[in-house]
Ligand binder design. Structure first.
Ligand code: SF4
Length: 496
């Protein structure tokens, strides 16, 4: 029996699996199957279907083709692998649509025609079992799933007692990926206080944490296989983890050569509550994680009317308090050139009771944060995607999205111009050296680079420097959400 996983990439509120991230699903499934598994990406399938398996050289006038950029070592043998496959498992699902620098996740409507002729058992799993949508401001993607023999919920949601074993066995799929990957590590699922109207997490999972030893052993296994970039990102709030401080300490002592150790989602309420313990979690993150780290605060809206109507978890004043705390402990510049640990803020348009006042409130609080000298590493703004089963789907649906849609470009632009742009100059002034930036894609005569990390800053460099190499880059200018820079030197970074 031959098994093949096709990774169409996944993006959820808690958990990223879009390259350069390697998500948890294909790894756990490989471990569950407990045999040699072929790992393919949607990019492999596209290259085979559209370009007959031939990689095209990017002409000087072109952008790197990011639809076929993330190939596995199997890309030349896709046809044979698929012909020999008995069971095909498609991992797919985007719940928080974003823009990706060097990847395009596969959609149902893309993958279905590509696999329908194959003579094998076909299974769909991943967040798509709850629906998927690559673009914000829409309902979930409609597709005829009859091509699949099974839509498998269990492979999407293994019990943690089994993940203990699967996560270790499945780590070996990294050997089929020739490029560097940021390993997304799961620590828990479910949300202990949130009932946010748009969110699928409480529907998908009850609150549960993995055992500390299991998480640690998975990190150690990847480290043994050569991985050096990690994000403890698959959870709704890192501060809620009962063993957050010990885990960070132990990862440090077992994996001394780790290059990047970051986190992702944090509930601002928990940052404020950490004050009762003398901010031990905040201090441990600053001490044991690498710099450039961000706590992504799901504020969603600074308008208290929207907060109430959508039962969001954070009031504007609590979010502001948490921003202050992280700035106090994390603002110092670290070894990679970025501040050590800063807050990021997520804002969502299209929630219930959104009015023009919502934008005024957003601007009022963001401006206050800026005017008082604090730093926000990034502000993510997206339009809500509406999924069945959420309270927004049941009540309100896209009413406010439709009503306010014409305002979104203006609202977003106001935040970008008045907050993001000056903020970025504060965070990385001209002359800052960002170390170990990885050259990812070309766009005409510009090369776009990023450090590995949680929401790394995009750096545009004039000219074409060799891709898939690391460089130290000096910041020379600021765009709204990215910077320009010049290469100081190429650097050797030894990682798988
Ligand atoms: S706090 Fe809200 S958005 Fe975050 S996981 Fe919980 S319910 Fe979802």
């Amino acid at each position: 029996m031959s098994h093949t996983i096709i990774d169409c990439y996944t993006d959820e509120p808690a958990g990223l699996g879009v390259p350069p991230y390697l998500g948890t699903y294909p790894r756990y499934i490989a471990g569950y199957l407990n045999k040699d598994v072929n790992y393919l990406t949607i990019d492999d399938i596209r290259l085979w279907k559209r370009h007959n398996g031939q990689i095209k050289v990017t002409k000087i006038s072109q952008k790197t083709d990011i639809t076929t950029y993330n190939l596995t070592i199997n890309f030349k043998d896709v046809k044979k692998i698929l012909e020999d496959t008995d069971t095909l498992i498609v991992v797919l699902g985007v719940h928080v649509p974003g823009k990706y620098l060097s990847a395009v996740p596969g959609t149902l409507n893309e993958i279905i025609p590509m696999i329908q002729e194959l003579n094998c058992k076909k299974i769909l799993t991943g967040p798509a079992v709850f629906g998927t949508q690559l673009y914000g401001g829409k309902f979930y993607e409609k597709a005829d799933l009859s091509v699949f023999d099974k839509v498998d919920y269990s492979m999407f949601n293994f019990l943690y007692k089994d993940v203990k074993e699967y996560s270790i066995k499945g780590a070996s799929i990294i050997k089929q990926i020739p490029d560097y990957r940021m390993i997304e590590i799961e620590t828990g699922h479910g949300c202990d206080i949130g009932k946010c109207s748009f969110c699928t997490e409480p529907i998908k999972n009850r609150v549960e944490f993995r055992e500390k030893e299991d998480v640690l052993n998975e990190v150690i296994e990847f480290y043994r296989l050569g991985a050096r970039f990690f994000r403890l990102g698959k959870q709704t709030c890192f501060y809620t983890l009962p063993y957050a401080v010990e885990l960070l300490k132990e990862i440090n002592s077992h994996c001394p050569e780790i290059k990047v150790l970051h986190i992702d989602n944090v509930n601002p309420v928990k940052v404020v509550m950490d004050g009762k313990n003398d901010f031990e979690i905040t201090k441990a993150i600053v001490k044991y994680c690498s710099s450039g780290n961000i706590a992504a605060f799901g504020v969603e809206s600074f308008d208290i009317e929207v907060v109430k109507a959508n039962t969001l978890n954070t009031s504007p004043s609590v979010a502001y308090g948490a921003v202050k705390i992280l700035n106090k402990f994390g603002a110092e510049r670290g070894e990679d050139g970025m501040p050590k640990f800063l807050p990021g803020i997520n804002i969502i348009f299209g929630l219930r009771n959104e009015t023009k006042k919502t934008q005024e409130e957003n601007m009022k609080w963001l401006k206050r944060i800026y005017d008082e000298g604090f730093m926000l590493r990034r502000i993510n703004i997206r339009q809500v995607a509406i999924f069945e089963g959420t309270s927004l789907f049941n009540e309100g649906k896209d009413k406010f999205l439709r009503k306010n849609k014409k305002m979104y470009w203006k609202w977003r632009n106001e935040i970008r111009q008045k907050i993001d742009w000056p903020m970025l100059q504060r965070i990385v002034p001209n002359g800052t050296i960002l170390t170990n930036c990885y050259a990812e894609i070309y766009d005409g005569k510009t090369t776009f680079c990023r450090q590995f990390g949680t929401y790394p800053l995009i750096v545009g460099v004039k000219g074409r420097i060799e891709l898939k190499k690391f460089y130290d880059i000096e910041v020379t200018g600021h765009m709204l959400r990215s910077v320009t820079g010049k290469v100081v030197k190429e650097v050797e970074v030894q990682v798988v």
